[in-house]
Design a binder for this molecule. Structure first.
Ligand code: DP6
Length: 328
């Protein structure tokens, strides 16, 4: 039987917001994307996960926020743990306990922080000593966006062509140091379609998908120039445009779908109104109805107050850049 000297580890990973979106897999099994993407890791939304490999158990147990999970969600964690076990050459079942720290009503937990924390905790508990690059490659196998949450600040996921060269790394040239993100939660029930299903359908049926691959590549080059130069206006404009280009792939899929609800549209209009009134801000939206508004510190309070009046206080959270994954 395999023995592990210290078979338990606890890690914390933060969510990230994509500014150039990942939307579509070239390889569904290994999660190799069609396009590279870029994100900002955030400070106030994060996941803490403890993993312990235990020779007394014959089945993985997984608790999220104090509740044992089963079914598809359990299977996804189990499959991921099996990748870690194969890497480490062990055959022990794991006990996983995970807590999401997301301010009240701020919305769904993110698979990015969840799989980044799980990758770090599980690999260490299994006795592996992975570099950040290898941790990023591992986290990618759980959820694509998780590979970016290994690092703090601005992070690029270089799509690569294989498991070996598809991983994230922090941007080396950053002249943009003043970015805040105001997270706005809309009235939302469960997602009608997961990001995984949504991107697969977009790839398979949107006639615009080949164009997305080309355009996303240019958006990425342009936003990196803006980040290096500290050009907030260019940075915000490209982020907003790229998000809308991604969402156009849902509207043009067959059957078509959208993640927007009426509040999403109302918030988008409000951001445009503020901008026309000279208060600079931009929006970005992931695979759900919630909106993130990109602002600079000088305007952050004013803009957050505007949305607090519209949505109520516990649906507005102002975030800054956050750190990469770390052990606790
Ligand atoms: C819209 O990383 O959740 O947030 O790899 O299937 O787990 P899987 O997808 P996931 O997709 C994220 C999609 C997005 C854009 C992004 O984060 O880049």
């Amino acid at each position: 039987m395999t023995t592990l000297s210290n078979n338990s580890a606890k890690a914390q990973a933060h969510t990230n917001i994509a500014l150039i979106k990942y939307w579509g897999k070239k390889d569904e099994q290994l999660i190799i994307p069609y396009t590279s993407s870029l994100s900002l890791t955030l400070d106030r939304f994060y996941t803490q996960t403890t993993v312990r490999f235990n020779s007394d158990n014959d089945r993985d147990s997984v608790q999220i926020n104090g509740q044992f999970i089963s079914g598809k969600a359990w299977q996804r964690v189990h499959d991921f743990l099996t990748i870690v076990r194969d890497l480490a050459g062990i055959h022990l079942a794991a006990e996983v306990s995970s807590t999401n720290f997301v301010p009240t009503a701020a919305g769904l937990a993110s698979s990015a922080s969840a799989f980044a924390a799980l990758a770090a905790a599980a690999s260490k508990a299994a006795g592996l000593k992975l570099s950040k690059t290898d941790l990023s490659r591992l986290a990618r196998r759980g959820s694509g966006s998780a590979c970016r949450s290994i690092f703090g600040g601005f992070v690029e996921w270089q799509r690569g062509t294989s498991d070996a060269d598809s991983y994230a790394q922090p941007l080396s040239q950053v002249g943009l140091n003043d970015v805040k993100v105001i997270a706005l939660t809309t009235e939302s029930g469960p997602k009608p379609i997961s990001s995984r299903q949504g991107m697969n359908r977009s790839v398979a049926t949107s006639p615009y998908y080949p164009t997305w691959i080309k355009v996303a590549q240019h958006d990425l080059i342009d936003i990196k120039v803006a980040i290096a130069a500290g050009d907030f206006t260019k940075f915000g404009s490209i982020s907003e445009l790229n998000a809308m280009r991604m969402h156009a792939l849902t509207l043009s899929a067959d059957p078509d779908f959208t993640y927007f609800n009426s509040e999403t549209l109302a918030i988008m209009n409000e951001v445009k109104r503020l901008r026309h009134a000279g208060i600079e801000c931009y929006y970005t939206i992931d695979a759900g109805p919630n909106v993130k508004v990109i602002v600079q510190s000088a305007n952050a309070t004013k803009i957050a107050d505007t949305f607090t009046k519209l949505l109520g206080q516990n649906r507005v959270t102002t975030l800054s850049a956050g750190p990469g994954v770390h052990y606790l």
